[in-house]
Design a protein around this ligand. Structure first.
Ligand SMILES: CC(C)(COP(=O)(O)OP(=O)(O)OC[C@H]1O[C@@H](n2cnc3c(N)ncnc32)[C@H](O)[C@@H]1OP(=O)(O)O)[C@@H](O)C(=O)NCCC(=O)NCCS
Length: 209
């Protein structure tokens, strides 16, 4: 196990009806149903292997994810809202030692898109990583065309670090990405979740005006 590995995992994080918790084998039916309905929605944004690879069965995928999580390399969360599985958020590429950094990937069911759920999930995960696990830096890499995801990091105040050419293989080719980062010192008082709550209360006040 690497230095720092194992701290902060397994974890369950909650805000209102939204929960992030470790993926498990009995998520299979719900996960396959949501993924099956969202194939076209997710295809332009999801990493693909650069060489032909066999699809992985759900139990094998979960076993692999949980093994890497035990080794302190990833935190594979599923997102539930009002008890229903609505997405996934994975803290990946965790590097300990002198770097103590990771990147976050996420997707949500198109049926619940646009309700501000992913900003809450990313805030919870980032706060958890930067205040309770010993990680120092979280980054999110986004295709410049992905306006919805760009809004998520913009809402939370992630810092734009610029363009990485041909950074990730997606939908059959190497795609440029913009990198957005947050380091522990940049967290606002109360964490990113405080920023989300302030945003929500501002919105509810302006809708009452
Ligand atoms: C990116 C994503 C996770 C955002 O999640 P979300 O919970 O919908 O986030 P938000 O509710 O904050 O909405 C973000 C933006 O999406 C757009 N949006 C709003 N309603 C939408 C809808 N029904 N469908 C699609 N996009 C919508 C808006 O631009 C919104 O910004 P706004 O709040 O300023 O209007 C989600 O769109 C998604 O899963 N997309 C496909 C996979 C993906 O892109 N993953 C990220 C790869 S980096």
């Amino acid at each position: 196990m690497s230095a720092g590995a194992g701290t902060g995992w397994p974890a369950t994080l909650r805000e209102g009806a939204l929960e992030l918790r470790p993926i498990r084998r009995r998520d299979r039916v719900e996960w396959l149903e949501v993924r099956g309905r969202n194939l076209d929605w997710l295809a332009p944004w999801e990493a693909t292997p650069p060489r032909q690879a066999q699809p992985i069965a759900f139990p094998t995928m979960v076993r692999n994810l949980r093994r890497q999580a035990r080794q302190g390399r990833i935190m594979p969360f599923v997102m539930t809202h009002q008890g229903r599985l609505v997405g996934q958020l994975t803290v990946g590429g965790i590097t300990w030692g002198s770097l103590c950094a990771a990147h976050v990937g996420y997707w949500i069911d198109s049926r619940v898109a646009g309700r501000g759920l992913m900003p809450i999930a990313l805030a919870l995960a980032t706060d958890h990583c930067l205040t309770r696990t010993g990680l120092h830096r979280i980054e999110v890499n986004i295709r410049p065309e992905n306006t919805a995801s760009l809004r998520v990091v913009e809402k939370l105040g992630f810092r734009d670090e610029g363009l990485r050419l041909a950074y990730l293989h997606i939908a059959g080719d190497w795609r440029d990405h913009r990198t957005f980062a947050m380091i522990a010192d940049e967290l606002p008082p109360g964490g990113l979740i405080a920023r989300v709550r302030a945003m929500q209360s501002q919105q509810s006040h302006s809708s009452q005006d």
